[in-house]
Ligand binder design. Structure first.
Ligand code: GEK
Length: 245
C-alpha cells in the first residue's frame, strides 16, 4: 500500500481527547481521512481545476491557503493553460508541508510553485487571480475570518475569484439535525466506527467552528466581494465562488 493510501485509524482506539491538530499521524493518512470524511471532496478538488482554468490570469498568482498535501494546487496546475502562473501553497502544519513539498516537487516543474509553512494570516498576498480556501476557513478563529477575507479581496486582481469551501451549519434546527444524521450515516458507510466518529467529533468541537452559508455570503460581501455564488453542496459541505469586479 502506498503512503498516500494509508487507512485513517487516528481515532480507532479509545484515547484521552485533546483538540484536533494536523499532526504527522494525521498527515500520514490525510488522503484517506478527507475522502471518507468530506462528502464530495474529490469532486470539489477536480472542479477547482475547472474554475481555475476559467479564471486564472496570465502572469498572476494562485494561492492555495491551508493546502494540506497540495491536492487543490495539483488539480489547478493540471488544468490552467494561462502562461506565467505561479502557485503559492500555504499551510501552518509542518507535517503537511513536508509531505506536500515532496508531492509538488514530483508533479510540478521547478519555479512554478512556492510552498510556505506559515499561518495564512501572516503571508503577504498580491497579484492573485484565484485564491482557494478549501475547507480551511473553518479552522481560523471566527474573529479573524473577516480580516482574512478582506486581505484576500485586496490581494485579488479585478475579475479575480476566491473559492471558499466549508463545512456549514444550518440555521433551521430540523434541517441541521437531519443533515447531521445523514452525515453520520455517510461516515458509517465509509467504515468509521461509532468510537471513531464520537472521538473525532469531540476533538473537533473547539477547533472546527462552522458558520451558516448565509453568514459566509454576508461576510464575503462585507469583505468587498461584489457577488458570491454557491456552486457545490453535499450534505452540510458547501463551496462558494466570490467575485471581485
Ligand atoms: C485540501 N485545502 O486538501 N494557517 C495555515 N494553515 C492552516 C491554518 C492557518 N491559520 N489553519 C488550518 N490550516 C486542503 C484541505 S484541511 C481541511 C484543508 C480538513 C491548515 C491545516 O494545517 C490543514 O492542513 C488545512 O488547513 C485544513 O484541499 O482537514 O478538514
Amino acid at each position: 500500500m502506498s503512503e498516500l493510501s494509508k487507512r485513517d485509524r487516528v481515532f480507532a482506539e479509545p484515547q484521552a481527547i485533546v483538540d484536533f491538530a494536523f499532526t504527522a499521524a494525521v498527515a500520514d493518512v490525510f488522503p484517506d481521512m478527507v475522502r471518507r470524511s468530506i462528502p464530495g471532496y474529490e469532486t470539489v478538488i477536480s472542479q477547482l481545476g475547472v474554475l481555475a482554468r476559467l479564471y486564472a490570469q496570465p502572469n498572476s498568482a494562485i494561492y492555495d491557503l491551508g493546502c494540506s498535501l497540495g491536492a487543490a494546487t495539483l488539480a489547478m496546475a493540471s488544468q490552467v493553460r494561462q502562461s506565467g502562473v505561479t502557485y503559492i501553497a500555504v499551510d501552518n502544519s509542518e507535517a503537511m508541508v513536508q509531505r506536500c513539498e515532496k508531492t509538488l516537487q514530483r508533479h510540478l516543474p521547478e519555479g512554478v510553485f512556492q510552498l510556505i509553512c506559515a499561518d495564512i494570516g501572516d503571508v503577504p498576498m498580491h497579484n492573485a487571480s484565484v485564491i482557494v480556501l478549501n475547507f480551511t476557513l473553518q479552522f481560523v478563529p471566527p474573529n479573524q475570518r473577516l480580516a482574512l477575507l478582506q486581505r484576500c479581496y485586496e490581494a485579488l486582481n479585478p475579475q479575480g475569484i476566491l473559492i471558499l469551501s466549508e463545512k456549514c451549519q444550518h440555521a433551521d434546527p430540523v434541517d441541521q439535525s437531519l443533515l447531521t444524521d445523514w452525515y453520520l450515516e455517510f461516515k458509517r458507510a465509509n467504515g468509521y466506527s461509532e468510537l471513531e466518529i464520537s472521538q473525532k467529533r469531540s476533538a473537533l468541537e473547539n477547533v472546527l467552528i462552522p458558520d451558516t452559508v448565509e453568514a459566509h455570503h454576508q461576510r464575503l460581501q462585507q469583505a468587498g466581494f461584489a457577488r458570491s455564488l454557491e456552486w457545490f453542496k453535499d450534505f452540510m459541505f458547501a463551496s462558494i465562488v466570490a467575485f471581485k469586479l
